[in-house]
Design a binder for this molecule. Structure first.
Ligand SMILES: [Zn+2]
Length: 252
């Protein structure tokens, strides 16, 4: 018992260092994930900004189309007025009654068409006024939305800078902790971490079950993990194993 005690003390200190290292590594991992995620959020905002710009362009185009139609109608009225005056002059020149009647019909038709165009212009003027008022409101709303997006983008930029700063600090903090662990154990831990990509490489044992993969371990291995005298790996998932009582023992 007295021979085993220093050995166990060492193993417990090693375990504690490994857990500390793992905590830092998991936090570094979370920072790296955020560093990938944050720029993605920003590209979503870029899409939103583009959509708003397109919306504004559509509204402007709509107003321009109405104004263009108004000008076209005005041109047509002018043209039809000219045609009507021509017919009116021809009235003095024709000799036959049916020709005179035909011209009167033409003039009547022209006046009807002019009347319709004038009605269209009146409704267009109302539509144009409405479109202008809407455009002013839309511009105001879109500008406010764009400002909001810019603020969120700025917040994201700050968040990214913070995430990078936090990771760099954690990486610095990691160095002295890693130095407390002997090279072969550190290499073992790193091998598991690199093979798992995410999540813990060192997991607690729950009764005889590896909490990394939920498989039952042989009783002898489970007992040795519980004894805390040797660092075992799960034979199924390869994760390093520890028992919670061994960590509590140290802090007590
Ligand atoms: Zn396992």
């Amino acid at each position: 018992m007295t021979d085993e005690a220093p050995q166990k003390m060492q193993e417990v200190a090693l375990l504690k260092a490994l857990l500390h290292l793992q905590d830092l590594d998991l936090r570094i991992e979370a920072c790296k994930a955020r560093e990938i995620e944050i720029p993605k959020q920003k590209s979503k905002f870029d899409v939103q900004k583009q959509r708003l710009a397109e919306e504004l362009k559509d509204r402007e185009k709509n107003l321009q189309n109405l104004q263009l139609e108004q000008r076209t109608c005005e041109g047509e009225i002018e043209q039809k007025n000219g045609q009507t005056s021509k017919y009116q002059q021809q009235l003095f020149q024709v000799k036959k009654n049916e020709e005179y009647q035909a011209l009167l019909n033409e003039i009547e038709g022209m006046k009807k068409q002019i009347g319709l165009k004038e009605e269209r212009i009146i409704s267009l003027m109302i539509e144009i006024d409405e479109a202008k008022a809407r455009l002013v409101q839309d511009k105001k709303r879109i500008e406010a939305e764009l400002k909001g997006i810019d603020q969120q983008c700025a917040a994201i930029d700050t968040e990214l800078v913070d995430a990078i700063k936090a990771r760099k600090q954690l990486e610095k903090d990691r160095e002295p902790v890693a130095a407390q662990i002997d090279a072969p154990t550190l290499a073992r831990y790193m091998r598991v971490r690199n093979s798992k990509k995410t999540g813990p490489a060192l997991v607690p044992l729950n009764d005889q079950v590896c909490t990394g993969c939920n498989m039952v371990l042989p009783p002898q291995i489970a007992n040795e993990v519980l004894a805390g005298s040797k660092l075992h790996s799960c034979h199924l998932c390869g994760r390093l194993l520890y028992h919670i009582t061994n960590v509590q023992e140290l802090s007590a």
